[in-house]
Design a binder for this molecule. Structure first.
Ligand code: FES
Length: 161
């Protein structure tokens, strides 16, 4: 699914990024910090921003895309307002984390790593978050849910609608 990036609504953020690029563009290896800054500002790397970076830094767009796609820290889709993170560490996995993860994805209508069209939810899987005694455990932004059952997924989602 393609998300639309609104240039007009993001004018101030684009200006911030342009100022940052102008400060850094002559420093060798500036592309990485510029991409990191762009992701911090926008929460992800829209195609329009990758094009802008290429133009302003006077480097080929293919190079910008190549570097951005090489590193997993960069995302090309926006994050949802609520980030559902299901722990898939061993303790959670053996207690049914996979079916909980699947239930979230099915109910929201996205795949793992995806964001809903209304930008409300993102779903990701995480490694052990150090709360194995609460398995299976998940978080929605700062909220932690312990001993989660598949049948509770609907109720959890309703809290954020
Ligand atoms: S395995 Fe899930 S919290 Fe440790």
């Amino acid at each position: 699914m393609a998300f639309t990036f609104n240039v007009e609504e993001n004018k101030d953020k684009i200006n911030d990024l342009c100022n940052f690029i102008d400060e850094k563009k002559d420093i060798p290896g500036a592309l990485m910090p510029v991409l990191q800054k762009a992701q911090t500002i926008f929460g992800y790397l829209p195609e329009e921003i990758l094009d802008l970076i290429a133009k302003r830094m006077k480097i080929f767009p293919a190079k910008v895309f190549g570097v951005a796609t090489f590193y997993s820290q960069f995302s090309f889709i926006p994050k949802g307002k609520y980030k559902v993170a299901v722990c898939m560490g061993t303790a959670c996995y053996v207690k049914g984390a996979q079916e909980i993860l699947d239930e979230f994805c099915n109910r929201i209508g996205i795949e793992v790593g995806g964001t809903s069209e209304d930008l409300k939810f993102s779903v990701v899987q995480t490694r052990c978050i150090g709360e194995c005694n609460l398995a299976p455990v998940l978080t929605v932004n700062e909220d932690v849910y312990a001993y989660v059952k598949k049948s509770e997924v609907r109720r959890i989602l309703r809290k954020y609608k």
